[in-house]
Each structure stands twice: as structure tokens, then as C-alpha cells.
Write a protein that binds this ligand. Structure first.
Ligand SMILES: *Cc1c(COP(=O)(O)O)cnc(C)c1O
Length: 452
């Protein structure tokens, strides 16, 4: 047995923040294993830092979400939001669970096709669809959610040239009582713009209005906002039926459900305040059922939820590089995890736990990353036990957005590993190499040689 390290006795001031319903959250259990695989083994095999995804958690999340909606509403379809995490292995896990693809760029569109998603099961969102992208999407019978009038005219021209009826919906933005309002995407409900777009589509003979879409925001903590949004989309759908005798096939409520992360400056931990998927499902489905749809003509309900389905399936494992005292005496710990690979650290206070057993002694610590930049702060303040050089840490809830928004900076981006449902790890993205980066660089001939 190792000799115990000497730790000086300590009188600790109680933290001044409010206790939550479980009391003060000062103690953490170490996170030594992920889906039965030892963190230490993952790091020794795949390096540090390394992203680890749990296939089991992804599948269980999407099944729970489907159940929440399918037990309340007869026709439900999930579409995986590629930008939330577009690793092929992740997308295919969602596709195996029945999710369509929801993409917001030509690159993501191509990735969905590469993953084998049928064109008609790809929903194309976003303000940036080039003529080439639209040409592809219309030819493949994909569903295009129109963002603005310039896009409407582009689709009209391309569909006319191709002599194909484009399947379209409009994205609608609206006042749901959440401010600031996301009114930069799609057509506004309150000022009549949405109706302008609907009238244009209904009067065009190269477009078929198949649905109505909204995505009211992200990390939404209010199920009621979804209820308001669902009523407003239902009102538009029923208006279209009355005016044009045309039924839309679906209402797409977008994504945005909060995950269990804790927002910076949050009063209570995310696990205590984020509404459950059942609460969102209840708000949305009851609004649709209570609106004036004929009971036998309820539209298909599409959900594009991203972060709430994948955040808690992702972990970032790293190691302590060093400890040092700041000029004011505060303890600081430098990790090998920088903000360039943990983009979400700019708005979350992530749960961070040591990966090995520790003693009771904890101290307020600043956690820094390894980058030579002042903004490279993983946590401004966290109560952690003593960690030594070489000790491992686990950052929780990192499955959403980090693996798509990460930046290559100073070092190479790490491997991504997915643990399958039998507890077997697979590398799903190799670590970057110098060669990967040199492959896309070019040196003009006159700069090739130099003497020093
Ligand atoms: C980003 C996005 C989503 C997913 O959002 P989450 O907040 O991750 O649930 C869904 N639909 C659209 C149109 C999006 O842009």
C-alpha cells in the first residue's frame, strides 16, 4: 500500500452560494470508469486528452425521448442535428435508432448522404444554401426549410429548370416570451412575414408546402415557450388549410431542449433545473392536440433535438500538468485540456471530477488549460481535492458541440473514442497528425529554401 501523503489540517469556510435541495455540493465521487472501462486504461491506450462517448447513453437518451413523445402523440419523428455532433459513428447510432438527418450546410448535407441517409429523410435548414446545394437537395427529394426570400427565389428558379417540384417548409420565428428573440432565422410570425412566405409558396407551381418549422433557441429552460410556439405553428397550418384547402404533413418543433449542464452564473446546478424531456413533450404535444387539427388529421411531429440527447454521453479525459500558486495565493492547476477543444467552457461550468480516489481535503482552485493564452480557463473557480502532476480528471457533459466547434491551435486535436454497448472502446476519429495539417498547406516555390 502507498504511504499516505501528509495533508495539513484544515478549517474550511462554508461556501456562500445557496444550497440546493440536496444540501451543499462539495463532495464528489471520483469518476474512475466509463461504461465499465477504466479511465486510466483509456488514457494509457488512447493518450491524454481524449474524448470518450458512450453509445449506450446515446441510445438510451434517444429511446427515452422517443418514448416521451410517442406515448403522448401518435406520429413522431426525430431528426439528428448534425452540427451538435457530426462524427459519423454518432450520426449512425442515431440513424440506427430511427432518426432522420437535420443539416444546416452543404458540408453537413454531403455528410448525411455519405452516411447513407435517403435524400427524402434529410431536412435542410440554415441561412446558407448555395445554388449547388439547393440543386442537390431538390434532385434528391430532400426537405428544404426556407430561411429567407432570396432562398425562395433561388429554389423557384432551380426547381423550374430541373422540372421537379421542390418539397419545402418555412422556418418561422416568433415571440414565445423568451428574450432576446431569435428573429434572425426564418420568417416572423407576428409581423405577417410568415404569411407572405406561405402565400408565395402556395401560389408557386414548383413548390409543395410539406411542413412548418421553428427552432426557438438553444438551452431552453422553459417548456411553456414550446407550447406557445406549437400553438402558433398550428394556427398557421390551420390557416393554410382554410385558405388553400392544403394540409401540411408535419410540424417541426426544432431542438433546443436544455441538457444537464450548468450555465455560467447559474444559481443551481443544471441537473436540478433543466426540465426533463417529458416536460417538453407534454408542452408540445398537448398544444398540438388542443389546437384545431382534426383528430384524424394530426400532422407528423418532428423533433430536431441535439444537445439534450448527446451531451451527457460525452466525456473529456485529461491529465494534470502542474500545480502552482497565483500571486494572490489561490491554488491553480494546469490541465492538458484547453478551451480550444472544450468550446462549451465559455458558457458552462462543467462538472469536473478526479479520476482516482482522493481524500477529504479540498481547496478552491482555478483550472487552466495548456494554451499560451490568458483566456484559456477551464473553470474560474472549483472546489477540488488535491491533484498531483499526472493525475487524471474527467470533464462531464461534453458530447454536444465540442467535437464540431473545436479548433486546432498550438497542439493537435485528440482522438475520439466510442465505447460500444458491450463495453468495447473503438476509435471513431484519429488524433490529428502533423501530416494531416501539412496535407492542406502549400509553400510557394520561392519560399521553399532558406539559409540561417
Ligand atoms: C442547432 C439546431 C438544432 C439542435 O439544437 P440543440 O440546441 O442542440 O437541441 C435543431 N434545429 C436547428 C435548425 C438547429 O439550428
Amino acid at each position: 500500500m502507498d504511504k499516505f501523503r501528509y495533508e495539513r489540517p484544515l478549517i474550511k469556510k462554508l461556501e456562500s452560494s445557496m444550497p440546493n435541495k440536496f444540501g451543499m455540493r462539495t463532495e464528489y465521487a471520483p469518476k474512475t470508469h466509463i461504461d465499465g472501462v477504466a479511465v486510466a486504461d483509456l488514457i494509457s491506450k488512447y493518450g491524454s486528452p481524449v474524448f470518450v462517448l458512450s453509445e449506450k447513453t446515446i441510445r438510451s437518451n434517444v429511446r427515452k425521448a422517443r418514448k416521451a413523445f410517442e406515448t403522448r402523440y401518435p406520429k413522431v419523428q426525430f431528426a439528428w442535428s448534425y452540427k451538435t455532433n457530426y462524427m459519423d459513428a454518432v450520426c449512425r447510432t442515431f440513424h440506427q435508432e430511427g432518426s432522420w438527418a437535420e443539416v444546416v450546410s452543404g458540408f453537413e448535407y454531403d455528410k448525411a448522404i455519405h452516411n447513407g441517409v435517403e435524400g427524402s429523410k434529410i431536412i435542410f435548414n440554415g441561412p446558407d444554401k448555395s445554388d449547388d446545394d439547393l440543386h442537390k437537395a431538390i434532385s434528391n427529394n430532400s426537405i428544404i426549410h426556407i430561411d429567407h426570400f432570396d432562398e425562395f427565389y433561388a429554389i423557384k428558379e432551380i426547381a423550374t429548370n430541373l422540372n421537379i417540384t421542390a418539397k419545402v417548409a418555412i422556418r418561422v420565428n416568433m415571440d414565445t416570451g423568451i428574450y432576446p428573440m431569435w428573429d434572425r432565422f426564418g420568417f416572423n410570425f407576428e409581423n405577417g412575414q410568415a404569411w407572405d412566405a406561405l402565400n408565395k409558396i402556395m401560389r408557386s407551381d414548383v413548390m409543395e408546402l410539406v411542413g412548418l418549422h421553428t427552432h426557438i433557441g438553444t438551452f431552453m429552460l422553459s417548456p411553456n415557450a414550446y407550447s406557445v410556439a406549437a400553438y402558433k405553428l398550428a394556427e398557421l397550418a390551420i390557416g393554410v388549410r382554410e385558405k388553400y384547402n392544403h394540409e401540411v404533413n408535419y410540424i417541426d418543433m426544432g431542438g433546443g431542449f436544455a441538457s444537464n449542464n450548468t450555465l455560467k452564473g447559474g444559481y443551481l446546478p443544471g441537473v436540478d433545473i433543466s426540465p426533463s424531456i417529458n416536460e417538453f413533450a407534454e408542452a408540445i404535444t398537448s398544444a398540438l392536440i388542443n389546437s384545431n387539427f382534426r383528430p384524424d388529421k394530426l400532422p407528423l411531429l418532428i423533433l430536431e433535438t441535439g444537445r439534450a440527447l448527446v451531451d451527457d454521453a460525452g466525456f473529456l479525459l485529461g491529465s494534470v500538468l502542474s500545480n502552482k500558486r497565483l500571486s494572490d495565493g489561490r491554488r491553480s492547476t494546469i490541465l492538458d485540456i484547453g478551451v480550444n477543444i472544450l468550446f462549451t467552457s465559455f458558457w458552462y461550468d462543467h462538472k469536473i471530477t478526479p479520476a482516482q480516489p482522493f481524500t477529504q481535503y479540498t481547496e478552491e482552485t482555478v483550472l487552466y488549460g495548456p494554451l499560451c493564452m490568458n483566456i484559456d480557463v477551464i473553470r474560474e473557480q472549483i472546489s477540488l481535492p488535491l491533484l498531483n502532476k499526472g493525475d487524471h480528471v474527467v470533464i462531464h457533459n461534453v458530447g454536444a458541440y465540442n467535437m464540431t466547434q473545436w479548433m486546432q491551435f498550438i497542439t493537435l486535436r485528440p482522438k475520439i473514442v466510442m465505447i460500444d454497448i458491450d463495453g468495447k472502446p473503438h476509435v471513431i476519429r484519429e488524433g490529428e497528425s502533423l501530416q494531416n495539417l501539412l496535407d492542406v498547406e502549400k509553400v510557394p516555390e520561392h519560399l521553399e529554401k532558406f539559409e540561417l
